[in-house]
Design a protein around this ligand. Structure first.
Ligand code: GDP
Ligand code: MG
Length: 446
């Protein structure tokens, strides 16, 4: 009996100890939260002991798909750096859902909003660079109250107009008053702001801060305050600049951005059926795992010329460099002849008439464009079709892009990764028939 009493007391003491340490952790966390004037977080139980820290971001709504991919690389490098420097927390990058992009105009294929990254990219490959989670997973695992996810803080990055006026740029990370009426975040009660949040109505934030920002993405570290905030979102992340553009680190992050394997399958089927192109023949085989890839420059590519012919808004915004269809056709014809190729693959956002005009000038050649089945378009949407176009372009013997198009840049990067010689990749269409210079080649670094 005495034995039993004794062991009960020991048990009681152990329970007391556990409880004591937990309360201490809780108090530390709550205290630090209280430092913040706008914050009286309830330190809810699920999150109290978690080391998880989540970084979310969004990009200026007018930016296109391919610049957004570049912003991802900056952010992923930022997270990688945090993980290496600070092992105390488990940093996770929440992938901002895709949606409502200006260029996605197909109707009748269902909503093109809140699309997960897994539709376009291979998540397991991204994971091999940094821990990423989809937004819907974040919403499931992050503590919520009344089915509402209340982020700890949103920083809205803003350019410093003064620096652009004077041309003198200095690092700046300064909290300013949010006095821009156009901001899409509004306070609805204390500790609760509503905003766009990728169209999720059940996401809010406790705090919103506007930041005049100039500097690389690493400079955002000081805003994280991981002892205070568990979830930090940066809006207008495109304002934070690359830390390591063009370096080995940049290329690792870039190589981790493999596409959804089904998109490769569709592109490969098209290459095989219409362009006589397979990896075996073309020396374009790649290991399944991007971390096993090695430096090579012996890719031959399929027996076709590929071109990215960017039209639509480029016809207005970049009329000084965008060629007429006729002059584009003339350049393509010369190149086909020189390379002794008969097949041309055209990736374009051109309207049907322009494409037919191009074909008309090239009647001696076989000209293809990828036209998705209803099933493929419904499933992968405009974003997926654009990627299929990019994949097909990236496996061609020779590629000609559009000057200063990020869509073209991503194709050039893929060709660098696949291992083509640079002369077959860094080419672009020019306005007239005059010789025009290349605007630099961003060669891969291993
Ligand atoms: N399918 C397809 N879509 C294209 C093509 N060119 C442009 N687009 C669409 O237009 C968008 C262009 O915007 P963005 O990605 O910002 O590239 P950029 O504006 O050319 O730098 C792409 O994301 C596509 O949605 C193309 O060749 N094929
Ligand atoms: Mg764009």
């Amino acid at each position: 009996m005495l034995d039993l009493l004794l062991s009960l007391r020991v048990l009681y003491f152990i329970l007391f100890l556990i409880n004591f340490t937990q309360t201490t952790v809780e108090n530390e966390f709550c205290d630090s939260l209280n430092e913040y004037e706008e914050n009286n977080n309830k330190c809810n139980v699920q999150s109290r002991y978690s080391r998880n820290r989540y970084i979310l971001y969004d990009v200026n709504p007018v930016e296109g798909f391919n610049l957004r991919r570049d912003v991802y690389i900056r952010t992923a490098i930022f997270i990688k750096n945090l993980i290496e420097e600070n092992k105390e927390f488990k940093w996770q990058l929440v992938l901002p859902p895709w949606g409502n992009l200006y260029h996605w105009r197909s109707k009748h294929i269902g909503s093109q909003a809140q699309l997960p990254w897994g539709l376009f990219f291979d998540i397991a490959s991204l994971q091999k660079y940094v821990p990423v989670i989809e937004m819907y997973q974040f919403l499931q695992e992050y503590p919520s109250e009344n089915e509402e996810t209340n982020l700890d803080i949103v920083y809205i990055l803003q350019n410093d107009d003064e620096m652009f006026k004077t041309g003198i740029f200095k690092d700046k990370n300064e909290i300013i008053k949010c006095n821009d009426k156009s901001l899409q975040f509004h306070k609805v009660e204390s500790n609760k702001y509503v905003g766009y949040f990728w169209g999720y109505h059940n996401v809010t934030s406790k705090v919103i801060k506007c930041v005049k920002y100039h500097g690389t993405v690493l400079y955002l570290k000081q805003n994280l305050k991981p002892n205070v905030y568990r979830s930090v979102m940066f809006d207008h992340m495109e304002i934070a600049l690359h830390d390591l553009y063009g370096t080995k680190e940049y290329w690792s992050a870039r190589r981790s951005m493999r596409y959804n394997s089904e998109l490769y399958d569709i592109a490969n089927e098209f290459r095989k059926n219409f362009l006589n192109s397979t990896d075996e023949h073309d020396k374009t085989n790649r290991p399944k795992d991007w971390t096993k890839e090695e430096n090579k420059r012996d890719a031959i590519g399929g027996p076709y010329l590929s071109v990215h012919l960017r039209r639509r808004d480029f016809l207005i915004g970049r009329s000084a460099t965008v060629p007429t269809i006729k002059s584009a056709a003339s350049k393509l014809k010369k190149k086909l002849k020189k390379l002794q190729l008969n097949l041309l693959f055209v990736a374009t956002d051109a309207v049907e008439e322009e494409f037919n005009e191009l074909k008309g000038y090239l009647s001696d050649y076989t000209v293809f464009r990828f036209i998705p089945s209803d099933y493929v378009l419904n499933k992968f949407k405009d974003g997926g079709i654009a990627i299929i176009d990019q994949i097909i372009c990236s496996y061609a013997r020779y590629f000609i892009g559009t000057h200063e198009s990020t869509f073209t840049f991503r194709i050039q990067e893929d060709r660098e990764i696949i291992g083509f010689s640079t002369t077959t990749t860094f080419n672009h269409l020019c306005k007239g028939t005059e010789k025009c210079d290349s605007t630099g080649q961003w060669e891969i670094v291993w």
